[in-house]
Design a protein around this ligand. Structure first.
Ligand SMILES: CC(C)(COP(=O)(O)OP(=O)(O)OC[C@H]1O[C@@H](n2cnc3c(N)ncnc32)[C@H](O)[C@@H]1OP(=O)(O)O)[C@@H](O)C(=O)NCCC(=O)NCCS
Length: 193
């Protein structure tokens, strides 16, 4: 189940800037744990590409922190230690989607470049939520077509894409490396999601 305070937003953005390092670190970790070496994206570089957008699904938690403070006690003329408790907000990344949107051409195209949901939050509709968010933002299918490449062996991902309305248009031989084919899928219609 997804936490009730689940949020979806484009990143970077002003409000989340203070969490930048933690967000990028969590995405890089998830990326490394999920994908084979030649599919791992350089997240920092990808999000600075003009045509790319990073969408994150996250929730915030408040954590208590204990800090040790050393100070000089004037009355007793000696150093002393005390503990200070404070609350700090942390952002927990549940999933992310990287897409490009080229709208300058006669036929605008939205391309899903990467989609990943943390294992703890799978089969709860999060990937569907992220895809739906992108379609609404970029006007798929009325104002933009959409496509993606997916490793033919990623059966879960292929099922997901079919369920939201993508159809296989081509099997691209050796797309990822020799012996690893991709399916090129295009969005056709809004299904029941
Ligand atoms: C593929 C992935 C993004 C799906 O994320 P998710 O949040 O679990 O997907 P959803 O909950 O929105 O799934 C919607 C539907 O897609 C299908 N689906 C999703 N994962 C599936 C799986 N592992 N096996 C079979 N069908 C699956 C189901 O029809 C599901 O509906 P249901 O749960 O009611 O049966 C996630 O498993 C993941 O990150 N996998 C590793 C990375 C990856 O393969 N990325 C995609 C290629 S870049």
């Amino acid at each position: 189940m997804l936490p009730p305070n689940t949020r979806v937003t484009l990143f970077p953005n002003k409000k989340m800037e203070k969490f930048r390092d933690s967000i990028i670190h969590q995405i890089e970790t998830l990326e490394r744990k999920t994908f084979p070496k030649n599919e791992i994206m350089a997240i920092k570089e990808e999000i600075f590409k003009k045509t790319n957008n990073l969408l994150i699904a996250y929730y915030e938690v408040e954590v208590e922190q204990t800090e040790e403070i050393r100070e000089f006690d004037k009355r007793n003329q000696r150093n002393q230690r005390r503990e200070s408790y404070n609350k700090k907000v942390q952002v927990k990344i549940m999933g992310y989607l990287i897409y490009s949107h080229i709208s300058s051409t006669a036929l605008p195209l939205t391309k899903i470049l990467k989609l990943c949901v943390h294992p703890s939050y799978r089969r709860s509709g999060l990937a569907t939520m992220l895809l739906k968010w992108v379609f609404e933002k970029t006007g798929v299918p009325k104002k933009s077509s959409a496509n993606l490449h997916v490793d033919i062996t990623r059966e879960g991902a292929v099922s997901l894409y079919r369920k939201v309305g993508f159809k296989v248009v081509e099997q691209v031989i050796d797309y990822y490396e020799v012996g690893r084919d991709a399916l090129l899928m295009e969005y056709e219609e809004l299904s029941n999601f």
